[in-house]
Design a protein around this ligand. Sequence first.
Ligand code: NAP
Length: 317
Amino acid sequence: MAQAEGSGPVHYDVVIIGGGAGGLTAAIYAMRAALKTVLVEKLAPGGQILVTDEVENYPGFIHISGAELAMKFAEHAKSYDLEMISKEVTELLPGLEYHTVKLENGEVLTTHAVILATGGTPRKLDIPGEAELHGKGVSYCATCDGFFFRGKTVLVVGGGDSAVEESLYLSKICKTVYLAHRRNELRASRILQQRLAAAENVHMLWNTIVTEIHAGTDGVERVMLKHTETADMRELDVDGVFVFIGFTPNTELVPEETHMSAEGFVITNEKCETNTPGIYAIGDMREKPARQIVLSAADGCVAALSATFYVELKKAR
Ligand code: NAP
C-alpha cells in the first residue's frame, strides 16, 4: 500500500517480515484470524525453498520441486487477499504501544505485532578466491547454477544434508563430483548417505578442507586442498566449487536486547515469542534442534496464533 505524502504511518495488527515457508504460513493463519496483516519481502516469496532442488519430506508431497512448493505456499497465502510489500525492511523499532517498521523507501508501518521470518544466508568458506570467483565458478545454489557445469567436474564442500542433496543433484548433470568434508563421517541423514553411496560419479574426499580457489581464463580452474590429519596439500582441477556449509541467521533486524544463542540464533519460548512483547521469531533464524520446511511452517502457525491472542488483548484494553 503506498503511503500518501504527508500522511501518517499505516497501522497493522501484524507485520510479517520474510516470505519463506514460515512467513507465508504465518500470513495464512493471521489472515484466517482476520488480523490486518502485511507481509514484507525484499525478494520473490519462497525463501530458501526457492533454491532447493527437490523436496521429499514435506508431508502430502512425496516429491515436489522447491520452486513449485514455494509457489503453492505463496498462492495459498494470496488466496486470502494478503497484502504484500516488495521492499527491504531497514529498521524495526520496538515500542510499548506499538512497534515501528521502516522500509527502504522511507515508508513507515506501525503494528501491534511483528513476526520476524528472515531466515539465513549461506555461510562462506572465507578463503582466498571465494569472493572474487563468486558467480564465476563459485556457487551456493546447485539448482540455480548446476546447469552451467553440464559434463564438467565440480567440487562440493560440506557434510550435511544440503551438501549431500546438492551433490546428488549435480551428479546427474556433471561428469564428476568431488565432495570434500572436513571430517571422516557425514552429518547428513542416513537415506541421503545411502543414495550418495550409490552415485558412481561422486567421489568423497574425507578429512579435507579447501584452502584456496584459483582462477583460469574462464572462471574457476583449480582448488588447493588440505588433509586435516596429515596436513598434506594437493591441487585438484575443477570447473566449479559449490559451498554448502550451513548458514548464518539473518538477524540484522532483531532488536538489541533480544535473547540470542551463542551461535547467533534468536531464542524464543514455545509460542515463538521473543523477550520483547509482540515480537516473534520463526523458522531458520530461531534457535531449535532442526531446520526443516515443515518446522518453519509450524513456527509460522504458532507465531500467528500467539500474535492473534496478543493483538486481541491489546485492542481490548
Ligand atoms: P549443516 O547441517 O549445519 O551442515 C553443515 C556442514 O558443513 C557440516 O557437515 C559441517 O561440518 C560443514 N562445515 C561447516 N563449516 C565448515 C567450514 N568452515 N569448512 C568446511 N566445512 C564446514 O548445514 P546444511 O546441510 O545446510 O543443513 C542446514 C539444516 O537444514 C539442517 O538442519 C539440515 O538437516 C536441514 N536440511 C534438510 C534437508 C532435508 O531434510 N532434505 C535438506 C537440506 C537441509 P561438521 O559436520 O564437521 O560440523
